[in-house]
Design a protein around this ligand. Structure first.
Ligand SMILES: Cc1cc2nc3c(=O)[nH]c(=O)nc-3n(C[C@H](O)[C@H](O)[C@H](O)COP(=O)(O)OP(=O)(O)OC[C@H]3O[C@@H](n4cnc5c(N)ncnc54)[C@H](O)[C@@H]3O)c2cc1C
Length: 420
């Protein structure tokens, strides 16, 4: 089916310029469509905040079969590209299986999340794309390319930004299902964080620090741990264990957040902060996020704290999380254990745009990598310096998409360079 609707992203800050949206029902239809298109790009669940998706025509994969092909022998599941993590997680858990991690929200599509290196949190937990063992991709000439871990290019294609083709299905590594407990402390002093960032971020399987960067303490510390693994004792330094469920945003309704208070529950009902059947986060917001080498996290945090008073009028909340290193070419955690400094902004596009250069200036000494799906500025087009495999990615894109079917101005600006 093809419609002439004009889609907007989830945040509503960006209307896609595409005049048509195709919804093929079979992989063969995707192949025919791509082969016949001069410009087309895939769209997922539209949770990105920038113009990464843009193309004169979009293809949504949500009419393709969800698949859910579970293979206990290989410990994998094969899913359709548009399947959302929340739906996949419930399916897996009901059959005794789990994923290694989830993002803060379960609403995002697997293909879209993986394409932008979406991450959860945890010193030993790499981003969601690292679970991909196989990728089925319709490339520009309409052929179907299947990559597995036996192919060196899989590491380049997984975080593909939609630049290499239209992913129709992915195979993900799974593991036996597990339970998680989550607890929140309020008022952890900044000195305790900066004194030993590793101890704080390593005090549970997943740790999130929520702050507005002002004042002398972190507003909330969310800690998630698998049971029955031992939870590292938390040196609270005066922080207080919350006695009711919390929302990361001041004044937010905790009914939309996953259960806390140390009550054990299935992994997919604890690892995201937000429940599937509620609007995640604030709803009306913009987001940015920057990743630095974990060893420089303390200095990077201090650099952002110095901007605290400037950021506060535009900020809803910030979140600091750790992500394990991986080898995916365009992953924000490529080659380095990382800490993500995330900003949930008020929906004030001009004010956010005006602040981003200051944030990026403060983080420039730490070779910060911006989240591909969130707002960033990249004034001096310097991402080539922070992605050692970017030239390899450009070569792969040139080979799989010689005519630029999947190119757009975002890719030209930040990734591929101006089209020749
Ligand atoms: C409230 C909220 C909370 C968030 N929390 C987190 C978080 O905890 N961690 C985090 O890392 N990010 C987070 N994000 C960002 C989000 O995970 C990314 O923007 C992600 O890309 C969204 O997936 P999507 O399906 O909406 O992709 P879209 O925004 O639709 O598309 C993103 C990219 O994926 C490509 N793409 C989509 N489908 C396909 C396909 N089938 N084939 C090829 N390319 C495809 C698109 O072309 C585009 O390049 C959050 C976003 C929101 C709105």
């Amino acid at each position: 089916m093809t419609t002439s609707e004009r889609l907007r992203n989830w945040a509503g800050n960006h209307t896609y310029p595409a005049s048509v949206v195709h919804r093929p029902r079979t992989v063969e239809q995707v192949q025919e469509l791509v082969a016949a298109s001069s410009r087309v790009r895939a769209v997922g669940s539209r949770h990105s905040f920038n113009d990464l998706v843009d193309s004169p025509a979009l293809v949504s994969l949500d009419a393709l079969p969800a698949l859910h092909d579970l293979d206990p022998a290989s410990g994998t599941v094969r899913v359709g590209a548009a399947v959302r993590y929340g739906e996949l997680a419930a399916h897996l858990h009901a059959r005794g299986w789990a994923l290694h991690n989830l993002a803060s929200l379960p609403h995002i599509s697997v293909a879209g999340a993986v394409a932008t290196a979406t991450h959860g949190s945890g010193d030993r937990s790499a981003n969601l794309a690292t679970a991909v063992t196989g990728l089925e991709l319709v490339t520009a000439d309409g052929s179907l390319l299947t990559l597995t871990r036996a192919d060196a290019e899989l590491a380049g294609a997984v975080v593909g930004l939609g630049a290499l083709g239209v992913v129709t299905a992915l195979t993900l590594e799974i593991e036996p299902t597990y339970d998680v407990v989550q607890e929140v402390h309020t008022g952890l002093p900044w000195w305790a964080v900066l004194d030993d960032v590793d101890a704080v971020l390593g005090s549970a399987d997943s740790v999130s620090l929520f702050t507005d960067w002002r004042g002398e303490s972190v507003a909330q510390v969310w800690r998630k741990s698998r049971v029955p693994l031992a939870v590292t004792p938390f040196a609270a330094h005066g922080a207080v264990a919350a006695s009711t469920d919390q929302h990361p945003l001041a004044g937010g309704d905790a009914a939309s957040t996953t259960a806390q208070l140390g009550v054990a529950g299935p992994w997919h009902e604890r690892l995201p902060h937000f429940r599937m059947d509620f609007v995640p986060s604030a709803g009306a917001e913009l987001q940015s996020e920057y990743f630095v080498d974990r060893r420089e996290a303390g200095a990077a945090i201090e650099a952002v704290r110095r901007l605290g008073e400037r950021l506060a009028p535009v900020l809803l909340v910030s979140e600091v999380r750790s992500v394990a290193a991986d080898e995916l070419w365009l992953s924000m955690a490529h080659g380095r254990d990382s800490v993500g400094l995330h900003f949930t902004w008020k929906p004030l596009q001009e004010e956010v745009d005006a602040l981003l250069p200051a944030v990026e200036g403060a983080l420039a000494p730490y070779a910060a990598r911006p989240h591909w799906g969130k707002l960033f500025f990249d004034a001096d087009r310097s991402l080539a310096r922070v992605y050692p495999r970017l030239d390899d990615f450009r070569a792969l894109a040139a080979r799989l998409d010689p005519e630029g079917t999947f190119r757009n101005s975002f890719l030209d600006r930040h990734v591929l360079g101006a089209a020749g």
